[in-house]
Ligand binder design. Structure first.
Ligand code: GDP
Length: 296
């Protein structure tokens, strides 16, 4: 994935700068331009890159750089801090507690990996001792219930859905009620996607959210959508109160910079990343160790 390459590009820009005998405005600007180019190539939104450049210039004092024994380190620290700020909205997302029923609703465009991610999320928590359950409130896509049923059965996770009922709100409410009665502590509601952002999708999402009162709404985003990430994430956030983001398909050729944009647009943290089609190809996303690894 490209965030890894991004780390490489940033490291190279920093190395070039620290090799310069004199660090002046030009050397600093060249380095920042190089880093900005790398970020833009990773599909980070233009405005975010520009803001980052301004912030780094503000925190990196040219005199300290010129005198500093380790210029590379000073700049590296500034870049790291800025990237952390971009990826960390400053407030942690809701985390389910064992033994206390929580409802988590998944939203995202069709094909983003939402249904797959619901099962991965359920499976991850099941292994941690939770009692998860899956509700298929996607009545729009033919085969959605079958897919969820198949995934859930494989992972031995209880599920609820209907082939007959076409009202997603009704299914969602029934499913949540049933699993609350069965003492499930993590009730996951999969909602419909669409091929693109549409008013009908957003209205449906809003209704499901209002009826089930989720403790957390997770926005699932395909990492390969590139520059469209910011607007897409923002459109979802405006309809339902997104509280966390999961970025899928990080195993592919996706550039990954969209993750930064999604965080900025939703002001919510990325909590997991999907790294494959398999149920256990799912990783907790922790900003600092992730960036340290990429930038070291
Ligand atoms: P939905 O329409 O959003 O519910 O999307 P699906 O869950 O049906 O996923 C769409 C496709 O993406 C399926 O072929 C999934 O196997 C695949 N997929 C989902 N997550 C990942 C991931 O993290 N990596 C890869 N390589 N494929 C994924």
């Amino acid at each position: 994935m490209v965030l890894a390459q991004l780390g490489g590009s940033i490291s190279r820009a920093l190395a070039q700068m620290s090799n310069a005998t004199v660090i002046d405005e030009k050397v600093l600007n060249d380095c920042l331009n190089e880093i900005s180019r790398a970020l833009l190539q990773s599909d980070v939104q233009f405005k975010m890159v520009r803001d980052m450049q301004t912030n780094i210039k503000r925190i990196v004092n040219l005199e300290a750089l010129a005198a500093g024994t380790n210029k590379r380190r000073i700049m590296q620290q500034a870049v790291f801090t800025e990237l952390c700020n971009m990826l960390d909205p400053g407030k942690p997302s809701f985390t389910p507690k064992k033994g206390k029923p929580s409802v988590v609703m998944f939203v995202g465009l069709q094909g983003s990996g939402k249904t797959t991610t619901c099962t991965k999320y359920a499976y991850y928590h099941q292994r941690k001792g939770f009692k998860p359950a899956l509700v298929c409130a996607d009545t729009f896509r033919a085969g959605a219930f079958d897919q969820l049923k198949q995934n859930a059965t494989k992972a031995k996770i209880p599920f609820y859905g209907s082939y007959m009922e076409s009202d997603p709100v009704k299914i969602a409410v029934e499913g949540v009620e049933r699993f609350k009665k069965e003492n499930c502590d993590l009730i996951i509601v999969d909602t419909s996607g669409r091929h693109k952002q549409e008013a009908a999708l957003f209205e449906e999402m809003r209704q499901v959210s209002e009826a089930t009162k989720p403790d957390l709404v997770i926005f699932v985003m395909d990492s390969s959508i590139g520059q469209a990430a910011f607007d897409q994430a923002q459109a979802f956030k405006q309809s339902v109160s997104v509280g966390a983001v999961i970025i899928t398909k990080m195993d592919g050729h996706a550039k990954g910079g969209g993750a930064l944009s999604a965080v900025a647009a939703t002001k919510s943290p990325v909590i997991f990343i999907g790294t494959g089609e398999h149920i256990d190809e799912f990783e907790v996303f922790d900003v600092k160790p992730f960036l340290l690894q990429k930038l070291s």
